[in-house]
Design a protein around this ligand. Structure first.
Ligand code: DX5
Ligand code: ZN
Length: 225
């Protein structure tokens, strides 16, 4: 499987979130992603503590791994994520993002993720300023800008994300960091073009893909928007 998170070059990737998939026939939806122009498979883990919702855990990630032909991008919306990095690596994760708000020892968790040969990402909530990443940005492979409050799929995109994205693009370029920018929440065919134009590299898309009549076409439309 080719590794995607490698260089500083501009990338425009689509990562469908299986949070919006049909869990009763998850294999079919993974196969659909395999056959599509999607680049990654985004796996949202929620613990009911860091966020007010519980999604699924390690066994589901393992099941995804069995069918997935694209890299698995794990987004941990959980407290104490350092306890589970190895388990998610074994369950197929190729990139793992933890929340800034859930990690008092963020640098140590990032080092831990990298020690498992996973790409390391940090996600920040809509109210968290990007300035908190200033002293860690050079260590990151990815920054996940949350464009909704984490916890649920199908929410409305928060427009202030555009301003944060512009600032973050600038900060990354100036710092020489190779971190990719991922946008997560409320992505749709109206905002995808602008997000890519402002320097986003990865768009997570849940509802817009899986509630569409033709998910594969929607993925293609988002990717080339
Ligand atoms: C929100 C999750 C998102 C979500 C995106 O807490 O992190 O990844 O699944 O879903 P949509 O695209 O429906 O907003
Ligand atoms: Zn997510």
């Amino acid at each position: 499987m080719k590794y995607i998170l490698t260089s500083n070059e501009m990338k425009r990737l689509i990562a469908p979130s299986i949070l919006a998939a049909n869990f009763a026939e998850l294999g079919k939806d993974i196969e659909l992603i395999n056959q599509s122009e999607a680049d990654w498979i985004h796996v949202d883990i929620m613990d009911g503590v860091f966020v007010p919702n519980i999604s699924f855990g390690i066994p589901i990630c393992e099941a995804v791994k069995k069918t997935a032909k694209k890299p698995i991008d794990v987004h941990l919306m959980i407290v104490n994520p350092e306890r589970y990095i190895g388990s998610f690596k074994n369950a197929g994760a190729q990139s793992i993002s933890v929340h800034y708000e859930a990690c008092p020892h963020l640098q140590s968790v990032i080092t831990q993720i990298k020690s498992f040969r996973c790409k390391a990402g940090v996600a920040i909530n809509p109210h968290t300023p990007i300035s908190v990443l200033e002293d860690i940005i050079q260590d990151l492979d990815m920054i996940n800008l949350m464009s909704v409050n984490p916890g649920f799929g199908g929410q409305k995109f928060i427009p202030h994300t555009f301003t944060k994205l512009e600032k973050l693009r600038n900060m990354i370029d100036k710092s020489g960091s190779h971190a990719l920018i991922e946008i997560d929440g409320g992505v749709n065919s109206e905002n995808a073009h602008k997000l890519f134009e402002l320097g986003a590299n990865v768009l997570v898309a849940g509802n817009i893909v899986f509630s569409s009549q033709n998910p594969s076409e929607m993925i293609t439309m988002l990717k080339h928007s």
